[in-house]
Design a protein around this ligand. Structure first.
Ligand code: SAM
Length: 231
């Protein structure tokens, strides 16, 4: 039986959140060297790999199959093979599949190495102008109004910058809930980061609602709120 020294390594690789140039040299090297790349969406990842001329076998690892798929990937790692895990964008495990296999690998004494890189929440926080000395990331908010209110009120007890991911289709409704629950606070919408139509909208909640009321937002969005922070 193999001991853990002869097991392979699970690499957790951050990939671009829009701009294909946002990938590290180390990430490209490891993606070329591993035996298998496990991707949230193989078609999506294939575009990145062909851009960098990487030809390594790909397998899918997405939110609907990841529990079943984990066992076969763990077996592969135990045979001494190396796997790179990537998601559609940013850092695996951050509102993306990843945590389950990472936990399993740790339990089975398989080495897990993170290759740091883009994540939409850090990119947005960095340029938000809001306090960065402590923040609370909520991932995606729940869908139901009552649950959103409960989550926001609990989160605001910590008085740090609050960050969450939101769809452009739901943003107006969510901002109305924020206004109802918190009143006034500094708000930042970070849209289409690193892409052609990147846009940062800053202001008090009322001001931002006013700014976007006649122009439906498109694309991907990070929302940041701080009750005390001034710009
Ligand atoms: N794992 C990713 C990360 O590390 O940022 C997050 C994946 S999550 C499924 C996708 C959400 O991230 C989007 O709905 C959006 O809220 C946010 N996001 C991803 N790319 C973005 C971008 N370029 N600009 C703004 N928000 C983005």
């Amino acid at each position: 039986m193999k001991d853990s020294f002869s097991f392979g390594t699970l690499y957790i690789i951050s990939t671009p959140i829009g701009n294909l140039e946002d990938i590290t040299l180390r990430a490209l090297r490891i993606l070329k060297e591993v035996n298998l790349i496990a991707a949230e969406d193989t078609r999506h990842t294939r575009k990145l790999l062909s851009h960098y001329n990487i030809h390594v076998p790909l397998t899918s690892y997405h939110q609907h199959t990841h529990k079943n798929k984990t066992n076969s990937l763990i077996t592969f790692l135990k045979e001494g093979k190396n796997i790179a895990l990537v998601s559609d964008c940013g850092t695996p495990g951050i509102s993306d599949p990843g945590t389950f296999i990472i936990k399993e690998a740790i339990t089975r004494k398989i080495k897990v190495i993170a290759l740091p890189g883009p994540s939409a929440l850090i990119c947005a926080l960095t340029i938000s102008g809001l306090p960065t000395n402590g923040f609370l990331f909520l991932g995606f908010l729940p869908r139901k109004k009552g649950k959103i209110k409960k989550e926001l009120n609990k989160a605001f007890l910590c008085e740090k910058t609050l960050i969450f991911y939101e769809s452009c289709y739901r943003i107006n409704k969510t901002l109305e809930i924020l206004r109802e629950e918190i009143g006034q606070a500094q708000l930042v919408l970070a849209r289409e980061l690193t892409k052609k139509f990147e846009e940062i909208i800053r202001g008090k909640i009322d001001e931002v609602i006013e700014k976007i009321k006649d122009r439906p937002l498109k694309g991907e969005l990070v929302v940041l709120v701080n009750k005390s922070g001034d710009f």
